[in-house]
Ligand binder design. Structure first.
Ligand SMILES: [Zn+2]
Length: 104
C-alpha cells in the first residue's frame, strides 16, 4: 500500500504523463490507485442527467496506479521515497529518505 496521501505533491514516473507533477486529489485504497490534479486526463462522454445540462465530452482525471508516482518532498523539493518512523509522542510519521525531514 502506498504511503502517499491526499494533498501530497507527486511526480509521475511511468506512463504517458512521465515527468508531470500534480497534487493528489483522491485515494482509492482498495485498488491502490490515486487521482492526481491534471494528470492522466481522459475524455468522457456524458449524458445529461438533468434538463438543461449539456451532453458531450468532458475531460477529467482518471485514477492511476500508485506505483507510477513518486512523492516530491516539500522540504528538499526532490523526488523521494517515503520512510516511516515511530515517535513516542506523535506516533507513526512519514519522512523523506533523501533529506530525512519529517513530512507530516
Ligand atoms: Zn526531502
Amino acid at each position: 500500500m502506498t504511503r502517499i496521501k491526499v494533498g501530497d505533491e507527486v511526480v509521475v514516473i511511468s506512463g504517458k504523463d512521465t515527468g508531470k507533477r500534480g497534487k493528489v486529489l483522491k485515494k482509492l485504497p482498495k485498488e491502490d490507485r490515486i487521482m492526481i490534479e491534471g494528470i492522466n486526463m481522459v475524455k468522457r462522454h456524458v449524458r445529461p442527467t438533468r434538463r438543461g445540462q449539456a451532453s458531450g465530452i468532458v475531460e477529467g482525471e482518471a485514477p492511476m496506479h500508485a506505483s507510477k508516482v513518486a512523492l516530491i518532498c516539500s522540504r528538499c523539493g526532490k523526488r523521494t521515497r517515503i520512510g516511516m518512523k515511530t515517535l513516542r509522542e506523535e506516533g507513526q510519521l512519514r519522512f523523506c529518505k533523501k533529506c530525512g525531514e519529517v513530512i507530516d
